[in-house]
Design a protein around this ligand. Structure first.
Ligand code: SF4
Ligand code: SF4
Length: 356
């Protein structure tokens, strides 16, 4: 029985049927994740490697028996500098690019043990992702003029084996009444886990707009970093975890992008007169691009200045006027007297009565 948990209220696929994210499905070496009407479902083929945790932009996935944030804090508090899949983490792919940058900035030394990766039975496609994450994290550190890096070694760490006589008492403990009850509860929980249905809690989470912990940790880490003398500009496809955007005049202010953005990076005001964008909160989940019917949102080059001198940019603004029929405000593009909804109702009435 696996320990993987997907918070449906945080998964962008659950937000919109045209969400294109399939990162968790693509990375899973066992093909254990699939989508049932856009709802991610985990099969028993899952072995808890946690590779999907590292790639999920909204931190929708976690392991019940491993918390990435707890791991990072205990690693930083401890004396150790080595992170190995045979020592302290399910798989190095559990750590996202942001996690690696934070570890490097907050710790004295961070060494990833790649000694097991090449011979690992699930190296495909995890090893390539691990290498890609390390390269992106180190390039980012270099681009903010940090002297810190994520180091790698081919150590192949092995847990010291304690030669012990088989302990019959320990063995029997596992079959105690308490243990049997615990297993039964776990089994029943698994049976009743409603992985295919969206609960009220999930719906509330969708509305919540939350910044993932990995981004909060990155903010904390960057506060300790020196402000670079020069800022670096990335092409839009060179950075995986955030973005800078533009909205062109094809935008019809349908409001879906800023209503749906899971982190609140895109926002508007009460009368919907503009769309603001805060790159500091964007996790590059692509949802706003996926739902924009006129394809008005585009990615533009990203400057590291956004992280050190954050600013909210107004991407577009609109003139809003009151509708002559219902008196509600609507976006005015020129000449219209009624809002789109009243216009549709008017046209439906005309066709019903055969009026041209
Ligand atoms: S990676 Fe995360 S957001 Fe993307 S489909 Fe999987 S659970 Fe959903
Ligand atoms: S702005 Fe777009 S890409 Fe960024 S977090 Fe919001 S929906 Fe995702």
């Amino acid at each position: 029985m696996h320990n993987l948990k997907i918070e449906l209220g945080n998964c962008v696929k659950v937000y919109a049927k045209n969400a294109t994210c399939t990162k968790c499905e693509d990375i899973c070496p066992h093909h254990a994740i699939s989508y049932n009407e856009n709802i991610p479902v985990v099969s028993d083929a899952c072995t808890d490697c946690g590779g999907c945790i590292g790639v999920c932009p909204t931190e929708a996935i976690s392991l019940k028996n491993f918390d990435t944030l707890d791991f990072i804090f205990s690693f930083l508090e401890g004396e150790e500098s080595l992170i190995s899949c045979k020592k302290n983490i399910p798989c190095l792919a559990t750590l996202s690019v942001e996690n690696l940058i934070s570890l490097a900035l907050l710790g004295d030394e961070t060494i990833l043990d790649l000694g097991h990766c090449a011979s690992c039975e699930i190296q495909e496609p995890l090893y390539a992702q691990i290498q890609q994450n390390i390269t992106e994290a180190n390039l980012f550190l270099q681009n903010i003029n940090s002297t810190k890096t994520i180091k790698t070694e081919m150590l192949g760490y092995k847990e010291p084996v304690e030669e012990k006589e088989p302990d019959r008492r320990q063995f029997l403990k596992r079959f105690s009444v308490k243990g049997a009850i615990k297993s039964k509860i776990e089994f029943e929980e698994a049976l009743h886990e409603e992985q295919h249905a969206i609960s009220i809690e999930d719906t509330q989470n969708i509305r919540k707009k939350e910044i993932p912990n990995k981004r909060k940790l990155l903010f904390m880490a960057l506060k300790r970093a020196q402000t670079p003398v020069n800022y670096h500009t990335y092409m839009s496809d060179e950075i995986s975890f955030t973005s800078q955007k533009n909205i062109n005049d094809d935008c019809d202010n349908c409001s879906i992008c800023y209503r749906i953005c899971p982190t609140g990076a895109l926002q508007s005001d009460r009368r919907q007169t503009k769309i603001d964008f805060d790159p500091l909160m964007c996790v590059k989940c692509s949802l706003c691009h996926d739902v924009c019917e006129p394809n008005a949102i585009t990615l533009i080059p990203y400057s590291t200045k956004e992280l050190f001198e954050p600013k909210v940019t107004e991407l577009i603004n609109f003139k809003v006027v009151r509708c002559d029929e219902c008196a509600n405000f609507f976006t005015y593009f020129g000449g219209e007297k009624t809002c789109p909804r009243c216009k549709i109702e008017e046209e439906e009435a005309k066709s019903l009565w055969g009026i041209q």
